[in-house]
Unconditional design. Structure first.
Length: 364
């Protein structure tokens, strides 16, 4: 008989596995960590994928077109087969909890947990974030306007027509209707900014580019996503989800990759092998992401042009494949050749040549 599975955590990765408990010949227990911060609702975006049928059924809105905009140009992409979707975290949580309950998944507090002698334990708690880590940090609001201001047929993935002095900065805008939208101010940098920076950026953008005069706020959210290669929360306990490398290092996307990670693990377990959760990203994609992040960290002014060039070089379907980790070499080469050469040469130099550490001699 297969050993029981015990999962430390009750977030997206833990619940996504619990929702598929009926596919495993093993009991699952979720352990809610002591002292964990209260869960806050967020809007999650994702491109359609065969693994995400349940999520797509929960989507509040779907867009077959999306745009990347800079001060000088715009790339508009589209895909009928793999549109962009958005849903609430709370809806996914409820969906998973209902499936987990029907599969008799046990959920307990960490203070009441006693590890079984022969159980398999996996940890979904957040990985360790180094002090100089690149961060994707954001603050957003869902709003309703008095007058029609938005194009509900087009999602704005990145609009860089905002202040770029604090890192790579863009507005992310998901229009639910002509008068309703999620609007987020998002930065890639190593340091956080004060809340006024986000709110002022959103208000200025809405006024200048959407001609919004008045609006009411129906929901607020904020978050910080560490980027790059991260150490596990506890090296002695195997991970799951972002704690096992599920987050895409250069984009912060995690939802699809968590589902891929879980799907691979379930297939492994059902083939007669012991279940384990592996990094869902290809090595070449991790390497490309590391170089990309190096450019954004040291030369963020190139960020808007890099994303614009990628948007113009790829079709909508190719763009989705690249962002979803499904790209082949043709798509990767299109992205590589579209990038500005000099910043990437400098980034490659930083990867190839060891960093010299300088020391200051003490004065007697």
């Amino acid at each position: 008989m297969s050993p029981d599975i015990e999962i430390i955590g009750d977030g997206c990765a833990a619940l996504s596995l619990a929702a598929r408990a009926s596919e495993l010949n093993q009991s699952i227990t979720l352990i809610k960590p002591s002292g964990a911060p209260p869960t806050k609702d967020h809007v999650w975006g994702f491109w359609s994928d065969p693994l995400l049928g349940s999520a797509q059924n929960l989507a509040r809105a779907t867009w077959q077109k999306w745009a990347i905009i800079t001060h000088t140009d715009c790339a508009v992409l589209d895909s009928e087969s793999r549109p962009y979707n958005a849903f609430k975290r709370s809806d996914w949580t409820k969906h998973c909890q209902e499936l987990a309950e029907s599969a008799e998944v046990v959920m307990i507090e960490e203070t009441k947990w006693r590890k079984s002698a022969d159980s398999l334990v996996f940890d979904t708690r957040p990985p360790i974030v180094p002090s100089d880590c690149m961060l994707q940090h954001f603050q957003g609001i869902e709003i309703t306007t008095e007058q029609p201001c938005f194009d509900p047929d087009m999602a704005i993935l990145m609009d860089f027509r905002v202040d770029q002095s604090r890192g790579m900065h863009f507005i992310y805008l998901l229009p639910y209707s002509t008068t309703e939208a999620l609007v987020e101010s998002t930065l890639f940098s190593t340091e956080l900014v004060d809340e006024e920076f986000y709110s002022n950026s959103i208000e200025g953008y809405l006024k200048e580019h959407c001609k919004v005069k008045q609006f009411s706020i129906t929901h607020q959210e904020k978050g910080v996503i560490p980027l790059g290669k991260l150490a596990p929360h506890d090296a002695k306990i195997p991970g799951l989800g972002s704690n096992a490398g599920a987050t895409r290092p250069a984009s912060g996307y995690a939802f699809l990759f968590i589902q891929k990670q879980i799907d691979t693990a379930i297939k492994l377990a059902n083939s007669g092998k012991q279940i384990r959760f592996t990094n869902p990203h290809k090595r070449v994609d991790l390497w490309m992401d590391s170089v990309f992040l190096t450019v954004l960290k040291h030369w963020p002014e190139h960020g808007p042009n890099m994303f614009l060039r990628m948007g113009k070089a790829l079709s909508g379907d190719q763009f989705v494949k690249f962002m979803s980790g499904d790209a082949g070499w043709l798509i990767r080469l299109k992205v590589i050749f579209a990038m500005p050469k000099w910043p990437f040469v400098k980034a490659l130099t930083k990867h190839i040549l060891p960093t010299r550490k300088t020391t200051t001699a003490a004065v007697a």
